[in-house]
Design a protein around this ligand. Structure first.
Ligand SMILES: N[C@@H](CCC(=O)N[C@@H](CS)C(=O)NCC(=O)O)C(=O)O
Length: 148
């Protein structure tokens, strides 16, 4: 079955899935969501009305949520590079870090993006301050985990 990925090149969550696809040289068609391709947005929303991207389409199957997409690729389109370790406990560590980066780094950074997108300088500053506060906490914990 042919794979298609709906997303945007500036979206960090889209990049997360692109890395998994590129790592294994998995063939897919990229369907960029933007003003020049309204047909892609219409099809994406028909398939996934929750309005989050990226969305992977494999034939008639829609696969949403980047962590699930990556596990799906591992199961259904495996390549030379394993995306999760075979050992269940090692896989649990990978899943934990996946959650950590999504919930405490990506979502934290999103506060700054959301503030900037309003075009309001006060909201921009507030969003940035909140992102910095949350990211400092996350990176502080991460620094403590690094073994040199
Ligand atoms: N938990 C989702 C998050 C995806 C996400 O937030 N994507 C952003 C783009 S990077 C998005 O869809 N933003 C549009 C919106 O929230 O309306 C995943 O892992 O797929």
């Amino acid at each position: 079955m042919s794979l298609a990925l709906y997303g945007h090149p500036f979206s960090s969550y889209t990049q997360k899935v692109l890395i998994a696809l590129y790592e294994n040289g998995t063939p897919f068609e990229f369907r960029s969501l933007g003003p020049d391709t309204p047909q892609h947005a219409a099809e994406w929303l028909r398939r996934w009305p929750l309005r989050k991207f990226p969305l992977l389409v494999d034939g008639e199957r829609n696969v949403a949520e980047t962590s699930i997409i990556i596990e799906y690729l591992q199961l259904m389109h495996p390549g030379p590079v394993r995306l999760l370790p075979a050992d269940p406990m090692a896989a649990l560590d990978v899943r934990f870090l996946d959650r950590f980066f999504d919930l405490h780094v990506m979502n934290a950074a999103q506060h700054a993006v959301d503030g900037a997108l309003t075009g309001d300088p006060v909201k921009r500053q507030e969003g940035l301050a909140l992102a910095v506060k949350k990211l400092e906490l996350a990176y502080g914990w991460l620094e403590g985990q690094l073994v040199w």
